[in-house]
Ligand binder design. Structure first.
Ligand SMILES: *Cc1c(COP(=O)(O)O)cnc(C)c1O
Length: 422
């Protein structure tokens, strides 16, 4: 038997995998045309036809809306700024509570704080790593105004249950769809189920424009409010005849023409890229099937998974080896694996409740009347996964040839075979 790399044996995967690169000659040609036009952005922060941006931005928004089957797409310069637009657009008031997952990128919660509202963390469910509707319900108070639900790792959350709960309690729902462009939920695209969905186009995501994001909605008023927040709303409302001026404090979250031109080409490639990633994930899943104490990702009924990350649940009680030791052994073989994701509520900002200034605003000194807790223990599932049981394989980051899929499987099998030596 070959010695494990962690014990000094040869690595199963000697070289790191090549990073995925889905930028090709189509993007280069599109960028070249924009360069030659000299118009790298055509936005104007005033009431003018150019309030909506240049030709490429508008084309990209139309293409995105058509592809995803929504009425409105509003491009922005990141998913983070898109979430800020979305949370402002729904009319949050300072001191409102917004329920959010601890198992997502920190921006899903920070975008709430930006409006002086209060993130309240609900727990996640193991089958998808997304918010658990039962835990959301327990967190609803008279101050709750909205839910930010992240479709994490490439799989949609239990969106019907969450939307039903939200309608019952008159809450708005925003979907952080950064990791799921193209995943399906009961015949619709993930990101299009909630009041607003927000996609990311940063370098690490399925398709990208370097930096970028897109907000989608079927509600014309929400779209307009997001456009105002994106582009200096306070200077636009008079000219445009907008009478409701709450939360139209404007930023510059605009996407440039170069990014939009790249995005138009990237969107055409999305389906093919996702097919490749699904094939990779299915190959890995087939190879890892049957390893004791390892639960593989599963598509829920009527859902598709687009495998941004291949999230697994490991049971150290069954194997007798800690998750951290197991991840160490796999990483030593060259597997791109991590034993950590996110427990946002445990970040220093929440533990110390230090947001704006040093006095604890907006938790104290402002409109907030509740006493939200961020103590360890509030999200037992997310915490236990983070501390002891989660492990995730990066799918989207690499191209994975067939032989590389085989190497990943070989590395796992090698480690599992010699589990007693760990
Ligand atoms: C990447 C990501 C973000 C942030 O996206 P940016 O475009 O970098 O701002 C937010 N939420 C989730 C779930 C993400 O994966």
């Amino acid at each position: 038997m070959e010695k494990l790399a962690i014990h000094g044996g040869a690595k199963t995967i000697p070289q790191p995998f090549k990073r995925n690169n889905n930028i090709g000659k189509e993007e280069a040609a599109a960028v070249q045309r924009v360069m030659e036009s000299g118009v790298l952005s055509q936005f104007l922060g005033a009431w003018d036809p150019d309030f909506y941006g240049g030709e490429k931005v508008r084309q990209f928004e139309k293409d995105w809306a058509d592809y995803f089957g929504v009425k409105h797409a509003v491009t922005v310069n990141s998913n983070t700024s898109g979430l800020m637009c979305a949370l402002g657009a729904i009319g949050l008031e300072p001191g409102d509570e917004v329920i959010v997952s601890p198992w997502t990128m920190c921006a899903s919660a920070t975008a709430i704080l930006v409006w002086n509202a209060i993130p309240v963390f609900a727990d996640i469910e193991e089958k998808t790593f997304c918010l658990d509707p039962a835990s959301i319900e327990k967190r609803i108070t008279p101050r709750t105004r909205a839910i930010v639900v992240t479709d994490i790792f490439g799989h949609p959350a239990d969106l019907d249950a969450i939307m039903k709960l939200a309608r019952k309690h008159k809450l708005r729902v925003i979907e952080d769809a950064a990791q799921v462009p193209g995943a399906k939920y009961k015949g619709s695209f993930a990101g299009t189920i909630a009041d607003i969905g927000v996609f990311s186009l940063n370098y690490h995501k399925h398709i990208h424009t370097g930096e970028g994001g897109v907000c989608v909605t079927d509600d014309a008023e929400l779209a307009e409010r997001m456009q105002l927040i994106r582009n200096h709303g306070e200077a636009v409302v008079e000219g445009k005849g907008v009478s409701r001026i709450d939360n139209v404090i404007g930023f510059n979250f605009r996407m440039g023409e170069l990014e939009a031109a790249i995005g138009i080409e990237q969107l055409k490639k999305l389906r093919g890229l996702l097919d490749d990633r699904r094939a990779v994930a299915h190959g890995i899943a087939a190879g890892l099937k049957g390893l004791t104490g390892l639960k593989l990702p599963e598509e829920q009924p009527d859902c598709t998974h687009v495998y941004y990350i291949f999230g697994m649940i490991y049971d150290p009680k069954i194997t007798g080896v800690s998750r951290d030791r197991m991840v160490e052994a796999l990483a030593a073989e060259g597997v791109p694996i991590s034993g950590r994701y996110c427990n946002i509520h445990l970040l220093p900002m929440y533990q110390k409740k230090i947001g704006y200034g040093k006095q604890g605003y907006p938790w104290t000194g402002g409109q907030y009347k509740g006493d939200v807790s961020y103590a360890k223990g509030i999200c037992p599932v997310a915490e236990d996964l983070q501390d002891r049981r989660y492990m995730g394989l990066e799918i989207c980051a690499y191209t994975y040839t067939e032989s590389e899929v085989e190497l990943v499987v070989k590395a796992f099998r090698k480690v599992w075979q010699q589990i007693k030596t760990l």
